[in-house]
Design a protein. Structure first.
Length: 217
């Protein structure tokens, strides 16, 4: 598989290159400039919201699939990504860890059982992360289907911790997902890339990748 990488010189970019070692990196874009040694089948972007316009242009130029893991996107930017999905396969998620997808599914299924409990979300990330609350916290809140506070900590080198805490008058119940290494997100991106290069044009979630739900032409 030939792939391109936006943000190649960043920490996540380096992790993606390590996990994608069996595949050919033929296009890169980062703060140092652009390099191209072929046509990518899929473009990977885990960089910054400010790069999205360029990412969409590159995916359109090469008519390649896109795996987008950038967080902090605005609603308008998400609409641009969905528009791109009309012409190429796009997999977008704020978190490419399989465990977070399971977390979402659990909340969606069982969250209504706690509708009369207080609920809050707590998330911790490394001190370089700019957006707060995290994209994952927003995903979990959406899965709950109810508005609730989300508390953010930015400390050290934490890849990502997320807890949803329910409390009634007599008990407390919590669910937690902890990313131990950034590699979990890179492995998820690889799975998404392999899915995308075989998919029809469309806008896909990571949950659809894990359940292999491709759109039909």
């Amino acid at each position: 598989m030939k792939y391109g990488l936006v943000g190649a010189s960043g920490r996540m970019g380096g992790e993606i290159q390590r996990i994608f070692a069996a595949h050919e990196l033929c296009y890169t874009l980062d703060v140092t400039g652009e390099t191209s040694e072929g046509v990518p089948e899929v473009l990977i972007d885990f960089s910054q919201p400010s790069a999205l316009g360029t990412t969409i242009a590159v995916a359109g130029r090469y008519s390649c699939s896109l795996v987008l893991g950038t967080t902090g996107l605005s609603e308008a930017q998400l609409e641009e990504v969905k528009d791109l999905g009309r012409s190429v396969p796009v997999v977008q998620s704020f978190n490419f860890a399989a465990g977070v997808t399971l977390f979402k599914m659990i909340l969606r299924e069982f969250g209504p059982l706690f509708s009369d409990w207080d609920v809050e979300i707590c998330e911790t990330h490394h001190n370089k992360k700019k957006d707060a609350p995290s994209g994952t916290a927003i995903l979990l809140r959406d899965a709950l289907g109810r508005d609730c506070p989300a508390h953010s900590l930015r400390m050290g080198g934490v890849p990502g911790d997320h807890s949803v805490i329910f409390a009634s008058e007599g008990e407390v119940f919590s669910l937690t997902h902890r990313a131990i290494s950034r590699s979990v997100f890179a492995y998820g991106a690889l799975r998404a890339a392999e899915f995308a290069v075989a998919a029809q044009p469309g806008f896909y979630s990571f949950e659809e990748v894990l359940t292999c739900r491709r759109k039909t032409s």
